[in-house]
Design a binder for this molecule. Structure first.
Ligand SMILES: *Cc1c(COP(=O)(O)O)cnc(C)c1O
Length: 245
């Protein structure tokens, strides 16, 4: 089934926000002396309808992020004709890896070897390797997922050996309420870990960092993929769709 945007006012609003966001990403890249071509926009569609995803797809947006399987799978089915690239950015549970391995192109928040092993085992042979990132926690916020940099480094080395996964790099999510300088410092720690892993021989090309509230600092620190929901779709209708909830 091909879903069309039902409401052209919403579609026009989304087009306006996408254009504005592209401008902000380009400006952030320019301030960092980087080309915006090196920053992929992942549109975080959790909490938003398939129609809104279709409206953005019609404007050329290809990559979408979801955090909840029961919400994501029907949306992916409804939009199957559009051949979009789906990223799972939510928390991982060992008993729910199969649909991730079978249906998604990327999984961003790996933090346990056991889950990585299951994803590798369950990735269908006809599909290319599943792209994954290891989640790093640069600060010490107990509410945020991810591994301390030294542990993340160990996990990355183990994940890189799994046959049906393609380790692409590190991912992180910062707590709210940091100053721009703190954001830059924490993103910088993740970028430094990524640089160590690359120097050690891992072919990593993706730093998944930056959300609506901190993508400027993330791009300054070297992010190659920003995960943006609110600044693109507007506020999520349902408060249970908070990051990492
Ligand atoms: C929800 C979510 C985002 C998007 O957050 P916004 O602040 O709405 O841009 C990005 N990354 C992860 C992991 C999320 O859960």
């Amino acid at each position: 089934m091909l879903i069309r945007p039902q409401n052209s006012a919403t579609a026009a609003q989304l087009a306006g926000r996408l254009a504005q966001l592209r401008g902000l990403l380009a400006a952030a890249a320019a301030r960092a002396g980087r080309s915006v071509d090196g920053v992929t926009l992942l549109a975080v569609s959790k909490g938003h309808a398939a129609e809104d995803v279709a409206a953005l797809a019609a404007l050329g947006q290809r990559a979408f992020g979801e955090s909840y399987l029961q919400e994501a799978l029907p949306k992916m089915d409804a939009l199957a004709d559009l051949s979009l690239e789906w990223h799972y950015i939510g928390r991982l549970q060992a008993n729910k890896t199969r649909p991730l391995a079978e249906r998604f192109h990327w999984v961003h928040a790996l933090d346990r070897l056991r889950i990585a092993e299951r994803l590798s085992q369950q990735r269908p042979f006809h599909a290319p390797p599943l792209n994954v990132c290891v989640q790093v926690k640069p600060g010490d916020d107990p509410a945020k997922g991810g591994l301390a940099p030294a542990e993340a480094e160990q996990l990355a080395l183990q994940v890189a050996r799994l046959p049906r996964l393609a380790l692409r790099g590190c991912m992180c999510m910062l707590p709210d309420g940091l100053t721009a300088a703190q954001q830059l410092q924490q993103f910088g720690q993740v970028a430094a870990l990524q640089a160590r892993l690359v120097a050690g021989g891992l072919p990593l090309d993706t730093l998944s960092m930056g959300m609506s509230g901190d993508f400027g600092a993330a791009i300054a620190a070297g992010s190659t993929l920003v995960r943006i929901g609110t600044a693109l779709f507007g506020p999520r209708p349902d408060a249970t769709h908070d990051p990492n909830a």
